[in-house]
Design a protein around this ligand. Structure first.
Ligand code: AHR
Length: 554
């Protein structure tokens, strides 16, 4: 990706939407376009794992209770207690995988509490009960968890949604034996063990065949406060001889917080002390990176410094993107650090928590701890992050946006019988077209955006995106971060011929645009059709937009 200064020859406005141009008018296009995208279809990066479009649901605030689980006797339309509208929309975006039950909660969770007859399950204090972010939250299932949503309910939610389950096992507060037993409960064949019978008593006779198992969460913090060496030893102990029940288990290590390369290097160094064969036991290395939105003076007290989900100016608009854009160097630097020990790169990256994290104040209900409103700004952060994952499809095999509903960077907001999708949902919907495609190299050239950051001049790239090939179709997605300027862009496919194109764009003249219970369709993407034939596609990327182009190639 490359940025250039604004072309002096920028001419008059181009056509609105997209148009395909014949060779005869190409020279005119060159004079008028102020950005260019080259798609190099003969330069493949790797297959885009559908799991890059994964999700995360923790027993935190309103995610499970009020969000996913409404109960079988609820008047809210549900499927065995699970919110029906949520399931329907998860299917629509082809949700591939859901991580559960945390997060920090995972290392306090005893899975035994969430199985067996629901009426007999214990109520337990939730990990988040003392969180300083709660503001006037009443007591309820979010503070004292009734365990109505346990393993069977989660597995059913995944199945209904068409997604794979990804369990985060408790490493901090339970022995390894409980992880083994959880695997046995989920995966042992029907009738084979007492735990398989317990599963069957909950109407799930057949094994869940759960493949993805995280060994703890944030082991450097809430997951045990370990050093990387201590965690590596615990990791080896936890995974040693886990019975597989014929399932190829994909074990995931608790990786770094953002740019902590020491955590990565020291873990890998300790892991292979028992031989490099240990690398074969690690499917993925979990990286967590939130966009904290620290623009106001970069105070240490992030809680005070951050703006909220709705009240922000142009500076905070760009600041969020600047922070989200750190994902790319993080992927590259951890990949390199892993490669120092794992020379063949057997272990891939899994970004199992990412998203925007604002200060409280825009949550829908006081019980929605870490709940926040989601605007067009979050849609652009989603687009630029998903594009980053696509561009690194050779390194990243799964990512899980945090979190699914009623929380940070959510796709959905629900309270009782009210339910809406957020702008982030629309981006996941548009970008689902990339799933399973062959990511190919792109070169974006556009004038940089300039703005004022903490009183000083700052700049940010002017247009970025990613592309994937699916037989004869090219999917190109792009983000124009400029708050007020469109980008007239010439799009060239090297190694292919453009036959036709369809465009879909999410944008608004108001950078704060979002959906509410009263106005659920306030912000939605719109289709623009482009039907002309020719070698060059010209598209006007509107200001503050996320766009998907579906291009038929000859
Ligand atoms: O997503 C909220 C929290 O952020 C998770 O529980 C934890 O893993 C991370 O610090």
């Amino acid at each position: 990706m490359k940025s250039v200064g604004r072309r002096e020859f920028l001419g008059g406005a181009l056509l609105g939407g997209a148009a395909l141009l014949t060779t005869g008018v190409r020279a005119q296009v060159a004079r008028q376009a102020d950005a260019r995208v080259e798609v190099l279809i003969d330069e493949p990066i790797g297959t885009i794992s559908p799991d890059l479009y994964g999700h995360f649901a923790e027993h935190l605030g309103g995610v499970i209770y009020d969000g996913i689980w409404v109960g079988e006797n609820s008047n809210i339309p549900n499927i065995g207690g699970i919110r029906a509208a949520l399931v329907e929309n998860m299917r629509r975006i082809k949700a591939p995988v859901i991580r559960w039950p945390g997060g920090c909660f995972a290392d306090s969770y005893n899975w035994h509490d969430g199985v067996g007859p629901r009426s007999q399950r214990p109520r337990r204090t939730n990990f988040w009960v003392d969180a300083p972010e709660w503001r006037n939250a009443p007591d309820g299932p979010w503070k004292y968890d009734p365990n109505q949503f346990g393993t069977n309910e989660f597995a059913r939610f995944c199945k209904l949604s068409g997604a794979q389950p990804y369990f985060a096992a408790n490493l901090r507060s339970l022995p390894a034996k409980d992880t083994y037993e959880w695997v046995e409960y989920c995966n042992s064949p029907a009738g084979s063990t007492s735990l398989a019978e317990l599963r069957a008593a909950g109407n799930e006779r057949e094994p869940f065949n759960v493949r993805f198992w995280g060994i703890g969460n944030e082991a450097w913090g809430c997951g045990g406060n370990f050093t990387p060496e201590e965690y590596a030893m615990e990791f080896r102990r936890f995974i040693a001889w886990i019975p597989s029940y014929g399932v190829k288990l994909a074990l995931i290590g608790s990786g770094p917080n953002g740019g902590d390369l020491g955590w990565t290097r020291r873990f890998f160094t300790k892991l292979v002390e028992k031989g490099s064969g240990q690398l074969g036991s690690l499917y993925g290395w979990g990286l967590h990176n939130y966009s904290w939105n620290l623009s106001k003076g970069e105070s240490d007290d992030w809680f005070q410094a951050k703006g909220d989900g709705l009240n922000f100016g142009v500076e905070e608009w760009y600041e969020l993107f600047r922070q989200g854009d750190t994902m790319e160097p993080l992927i590259n630097s951890h990949w390199q650090a892993m490669g120092e020990i794992d020379r063949q790169h057997r272990v891939k990256l899994i970004v199992d928590e990412w998203g925007a994290w604002y200060r409280p104040g825009t949550e829908t209900h006081p019980s929605h701890l870490l709940g926040q409103a989601s605007t067009l700004r979050d849609a652009l952060l989603s687009g630029l992050t998903l594009d980053t994952f696509n561009r690194h499809a050779d390194k990243v095999i799964m990512a899980n946006v945090a979190q699914l509903i009623n929380c940070l960077h959510s796709l959905f907001i629900a309270h009782e019988d009210k339910f809406i999708v957020t702008p982030t949902f629309h981006v996941f919907d548009m970008y689902s077209a990339h799933q399973g495609g062959r990511s190919v190299r792109t070169v974006f050239s556009a004038p940089t955006v300039t703005y004022t950051r903490a009183g000083k001049p700052a700049s940010f790239w002017g247009l970025a995106g990613s592309a994937s090939i699916h037989d004869k179709e090219l999917v190109l997605t792009a983000v124009n971060p400029h708050a007020s300027e469109a980008k007239d862009t010439e799009i060239v496919v090297q190694g292919g011929t453009i036959q036709s194109a369809l465009a879909r764009t999410l944008t608004s003249s108001d950078i704060h645009a979002h959906n509410t219970f009263d106005n659920p369709r306030g912000l939605e993407p719109k289709d623009v059709e482009a039907g002309l034939k020719g070698p060059t596609l010209v598209f006007r990327f509107p200001p503050a937009s996320v766009t998907r182009l579906q291009i038929s190639l000859g």
